[in-house]
Design a protein around this ligand. Sequence first.
Ligand SMILES: [Mg+2]
Length: 121
Amino acid sequence: MKTCLVVDDSKVIRTVARRILEELAFEITEAEDGRQALAACDASVPDLVLLDWNMPVMDGLEFLKALRAREGIAQPVIVFCTTENDMSHIRVAMEAGANEYIMKPFDREIMEAKLSQVGLL
Ligand SMILES: [Mg+2]
């Protein structure tokens, strides 16, 4: 079973993402901010990280940079989540090492399309 770490400070978003990804046969873990997510990746690197941008403690970009700087660990596929109002974040996130991005709110169809683009479905 493939694994996905869902990183978002919104419990609603995490719940929606979990439901969709479980239907797509992923095993889910959750983190509320970048620091929790880094700790989760240090314990066990998932196949996929679904990453929010705005979060307290450590935001998505800081997490992305810190994870991509880790040497000697397997690197997950990172799909960054953004909103239409934050389109400018996309280029920054891709340059920092995100593999793909997805617009919120997302549904199962959009998620499936993105995950097949990155080779996870
Ligand atoms: Mg957020």
